[in-house]
Design a protein around this ligand. Sequence first.
Ligand SMILES: Cc1cc2nc3c(=O)[nH]c(=O)nc-3n(C[C@H](O)[C@H](O)[C@H](O)COP(=O)(O)OP(=O)(O)OC[C@H]3O[C@@H](n4cnc5c(N)ncnc54)[C@H](O)[C@@H]3O)c2cc1C
Length: 435
Amino acid sequence: MPRVVVVGAGVAGIAAAVSLVRRGWEVLVLEARSSVGGRASSVWDATAGEFVDCGQHVLLGAYTAFFATLQALGTRQLLGAETPLRFLFCEESGQFLFDAGRLPGRLGFVAALWGIPGLSRWERFRLLWALRQILTGKIPEMTVAEFLHRSRQGKRASSTFWQPLTLATLNAPPEEAALSLLRTVLREGFLRDAEAARFLVPCRSLHEVLDPFGRWLADHGGELRLNTLVTGLEFEGSTVRAVRVSPDGKIPADAVVLALPPWSLVRILPVLRRVPEYAGFLHTLRSSPILTLYLWLREPLLPAPVCAFAHPDLHWAFRHPTRFGAEKVSLVVSAADHLRDLPYRQLLERCLRAFATVIPAFHPALVLHQRVMVQRTATARLTPELVALRPSGKTPWDNLVLAGDWLQTGLPCTLEGAARSGQVAAARIVGESDH
Ligand SMILES: Cc1cc2nc3c(=O)[nH]c(=O)nc-3n(C[C@H](O)[C@H](O)[C@H](O)COP(=O)(O)OP(=O)(O)OC[C@H]3O[C@@H](n4cnc5c(N)ncnc54)[C@H](O)[C@@H]3O)c2cc1C
């Protein structure tokens, strides 16, 4: 049986391994860390006595590749049930409920948009017209902000709809985010059908859903080796023969999938910077941070399970089940460039101040315990320029393919993008796909 070495046990590596095992290949997965999941992993919080994710993750019903991977592992049901998109938008001047569940399918989303208060009738028509144009028109690539300007979206439509949607789904501000990706989110997600548009905030940690991968792999004749840092590859002509691991090991391979983010990949394979398909992307690449502040509270506080805010230091808040205190809340700031380098104390103070502004009932004395997660390289910042340069994952070497959320999947950098890239990488290894 040919042996594939998959480097990286993030979602892309796990999806690649699952697909390869199902095609009858023997798979060895090498992971530098002591647990799987990569950017979708969790850490143990000793004070709360529970796992906390390295950042809040939210999923859509459209995540078919990711869910298929979890189905294989037998953990899909642990995530909980998907629901129609429903959140409370909290402003200093008041609150409104965005509820896409009042009518079926896309009608529900459109009706919720129509119901945003404070828009004139003209602004509402312009918003729906812009949405229609995005979905059906032949609009050239541009930033979301350029499109909003061209389609004459007012300040309120931007601050209550376009900006939160762009930040949450693309981890980039409208001024930088690529319109083509927002179109994909709307077409394949919120406006495709009732199933795809459903929304899921995991009710268990990502650790619980991904950790069974090691056991699953072993049960299927493969192996997961944790704490194994890959340092390079050994080539013979245009073929990879072995994977080098720290400190001085060498593992022979018939084929290799490097399921790594670009910033780790170039350390193992620096020559990629000179490969034409990759050079432009790697040169232009910038990462985009996400900040998540977890608060364990003495009393229930959040007025709804999901809240959105038009505040620069606070975009979303999610309520989670917990046994420590009355309520656990995760506060999220996407594209958090302005916060990423602040000292811990200052960061915390700013986020708590923002929370008190949007939820006046909040007081720091309610906090039993807190934990800040700043992921500086949460995703690539996919600007129109970078989207055009996204590589396919194929390489000039016969038996080496890449996987990862940053590759040309047509999707934003997400769990679904990572899972799809892993499946495509597996299909390439077994020769089922040249695309
Ligand atoms: C804070 C945050 C919030 C997010 N929110 C969402 C969300 O709401 N919805 C959504 O869909 N997506 C979200 N994402 C994005 C999602 O987590 C990523 O797109 C996805 O996890 C990327 O998976 P990957 O396998 O491509 O890469 P990674 O998860 O980075 O996996 C790469 C793996 O390779 C390992 N590795 C690196 N170098 C080596 C080496 N030399 N040797 C061996 N192993 C190595 C790493 O340890 C890691 O396990 C979020 C990400 C973050 C950080």
